[in-house]
Ligand binder design. Structure first.
Ligand code: SF4
Ligand code: SF4
Ligand code: SF4
Length: 327
């Protein structure tokens, strides 16, 4: 991790000094233990605060549409960004959706060995007592006033990382390889399968239980690189599509529409789940969409930059059964 961090700092410093980029989006130390914060650096000196570790979870592509819509000179502005596999796939989708062009971005790709779920670790220690964290290739050591506890990274991975098959960025200008092997899952995700195996009444109960906790803070939407609409349907007043309340009907309406807007675009990065203050298992629903799109159209978002998005094209071979008789 230290070698990768050094490479990131020195390369970003050079890019900024040589004016090949105007600003770089990366990670810096967070204000809380086991956390990192997204940061924007614009000088060689500032590049020294960049870090890389197993808690660099945010999908930084989320900032690009907003930055690009604000810069005055779009032709000459170039933004640097660090991308894990999932982040790079979001970026590819943003390019396909014409939110930015490839030449506006300098991508430092990093082969990713999986990110650690800090909430899972903090749930196993007294989080108020944590004073420091160390990391080796396979383990996280949490130091607290009570002593040290060692956690296996593998056992505490973020859910999407467990079954990630695209940990090496699909697009980059420079690739940094860490000392660890990039994650290459051999098993498929069973989240949706397990859910669908349950009786219909139980599925409805789970849906009510999960979404019933939603406080409509929209953090899930704001953390998602694909949710960049200037005016979100959820807040639109003319026309108002549904109520701005926390009644279950309104909540289900919001989530159903947001999740369907992700069809063929969601890269299963888990940013929406991590952002949720209520710990709602949104992945149960977003993952279903990922699986459906792959099964029906053979499309995996962000994997092949030249491939058209399934909802932006038509093929006579597209499965059409859902149009006739939904299950
Ligand atoms: S989903 Fe894949 S690329 Fe993204 S953080 Fe996890 S292992 Fe890395
Ligand atoms: S819906 Fe969630 S998992 Fe999918 S791309 Fe957006 S933030 Fe990532
Ligand atoms: S982040 Fe969680 S609580 Fe906030 S709107 Fe999304 S699901 Fe609801």
């Amino acid at each position: 991790m230290k070698r990768a961090e050094h490479e990131i700092r020195s390369n970003v410093g050079k890019l900024l000094k040589q004016k090949k980029i105007d600003v770089f989006i990366g990670y810096e130390k967070g204000t809380l233990p086991l956390r990192t914060s997204p940061c924007f650096v614009s000088s060689e000196k500032e590049a020294r605060k960049l870090i890389w570790n197993s808690f660099c979870t945010n999908n930084l592509a989320v900032y690009l549409p907003h930055i690009m819509s604000r810069v005055k000179n779009k032709r000459s502005t170039r933004v640097g960004i660090i991308c894990k596999g999932c982040d790079s796939r979001s970026l590819v989708e943003l390019i396909k959706e014409k939110q930015l062009t490839r030449d506006q971005i300098y991508i430092i790709g990093i082969s990713c060995s999986g990110m650690v779920d800090y909430k899972r670790i903090l749930s196993q220690v007294n989080s108020d007592e944590v004073i420091g964290v160390d990391e080796t290739a396979d383990e996280i050591t949490v130091r607290s006033k009570e002593g040290e506890r060692v956690f296996s990274k593998e056992e505490n991975l973020c859910e999407p990382c467990r079954t990630c098959k695209h940990a090496v960025p699909t697009v980059y200008d420079m690739l940094i390889r860490t000392a660890q092997q990039p994650r290459q899952a051999t098993t498929s995700d069973s989240t949706v399968h397990d859910f669908l195996m349950k009786p219909r009444e139980e599925r409805w109960q789970i849906l009510e239980q999960e979404l019933g906790q939603c406080i409509r803070c929209y953090a899930c939407r704001n953390a998602c690189p694909n949710c960049y609409c200037k005016e979100c349907f959820a807040e639109q007043t003319k026309p108002r599509w549904f109520g701005v309340t926390t009644d279950l009907t309104d909540i289900i309406f919001y989530h159903t529409i947001r999740i369907f807007h992700q069809a063929g675009r969601c890269v299963d990065c888990g940013a929406c789940v991590r952002a949720c203050p209520m710990n709602i298992n949104l992945r149960l629903f977003t993952r279903m969409l990922v699986d459906e799109v792959k099964e029906r159209f053979g499309y995996e978002p962000g994997v092949a930059p030249e491939e058209l998005q399934p909802l932006a094209t038509y093929s006579a071979k597209d499965k059409q059964d859902f149009m006739i008789e939904p299950e």
